[in-house]
Structure formats: C-alpha cells, structure tokens
Design a protein around this ligand. Structure first.
Ligand code: DAT
Ligand code: MG
Length: 151
C-alpha cells in the first residue's frame, strides 16, 4: 500500500463561482491529507507544460486561455490510493456524463468549464506536484485524525 500524491486544482470557473470551499471539503471529508494549498494565477508557459499531452487537440488554445484567465486554487492531497479515488470524486471529463455525487456531476455542465483538475496517474501526480509547487510550499504533517482513518 503505497502512499501517493495527486495534484488537484480548482479551475478559474470554480473560483469565480465560489466553489472553492465546497471542492476542498470533498477531499477533506473523504480523509485524504492536504500537503499543499495556494491561490495562484498561472502563467501561459506553465499551463502549456501542464497540458502538453493535449497540444495537438483543437480545443488546446481555448483550454490554455481558460486555465490562465484568472486565479486557480492549487492543492496536493496525499494518501493510499488517492490518485484513482480523487478521479472518482471528480467524475467524468464531460460533466453531463459525470455521475451525481461527483464534483463535476453535481456542479458543472460543460467539458470546457468542468471546475476541477485531478492527476490521472501516480506518475503524473508527482510530475504535476513538482510543476505547480516549490519544495518549501509542501508540508509533511500528521493529521490528528490519522489513527481514526486507518487501522
Ligand atoms: P480530465 O480533466 O478529466 O483529466 P483530459 O485530461 O482528457 O480530462 O483533458 C484535460 C482538460 O481539457 C479537460 O478537463 C477539459 C479539456 N478538454 C478535454 N477534452 C475536451 C473536449 N473534447 N473539448 C473541450 N475541452 C476538452
Ligand atoms: Mg487529465
């Protein structure tokens, strides 16, 4: 049981719509550990690096414009199985196909405004954490609830 990290980001629409607390709360209540958190407006070069695998897609320029259009909330959550679990909490890329109970299923209607990002593999969790956070911005700590979450 390997501890993983996932990079979660409330996108500009989530910040503009006042959904920051709601979204953070879902990961917090689940029982994962927050190790990094900041409000940040992302430069174009960082957005391009983050989404480099989508460079050839028709929606790539509008995706970059959207993600750099206003502040985002950057987070790192840690835990056993956190990467896949966070993707389940977030729901399908297209919010109309996302299940009720998921963040996108409950709070969004369009792929281009799907309010939140989550890493898709443990490798990308590490890569994206290193991309968005400097070393001194991440914290290792033991939540008081730890013994009540895992035996
Ligand atoms: P996800 O964010 O669920 O990991 P992804 O990595 O395939 O999805 O794509 C990254 C983002 O790019 C996605 O959250 C929204 C945008 N995007 C993906 N497919 C799209 C499409 N067909 N039209 C418009 N935007 C799209
Ligand atoms: Mg993705």
């Amino acid at each position: 049981e390997q501890v993983e990290q996932t990079y979660i980001m409330v996108k500009p629409d989530g910040v503009q719509r006042g959904l920051v607390g709601e979204i953070i709360s879902r990961f917090e209540r689940k029982g994962f550990k927050l190790t990094g958190l900041k409000l940040f407006q992302c430069p174009k070069e960082l957005a391009e690096e983050h989404y480099k695998d989508l460079k050839t897609k028709s929606f790539y320029p509008t995706l970059i414009d959207y993600i750099t259009s206003g502040p985002v909330v950057c987070m790192v959550w840690e835990g056993v199985g956190v990467v896949a679990s966070a993707r389940k909490l977030i729901g399908s890329t297209n919010p109309l196909q996302a299940e009720p109970g998921t963040i996108r299923g409950d709070l969004a209607v369009q792929t281009g405004r799907n309010v939140v990002h989550g890493s898709d593999s443990p490798e990308n969790g590490k890569r994206e954490t290193a991309l968005w956070f400097k070393e001194g911005e991440l914290y290792e700590w033991t939540p008081a609830q730890a013994p009540w979450l895992m035996e």
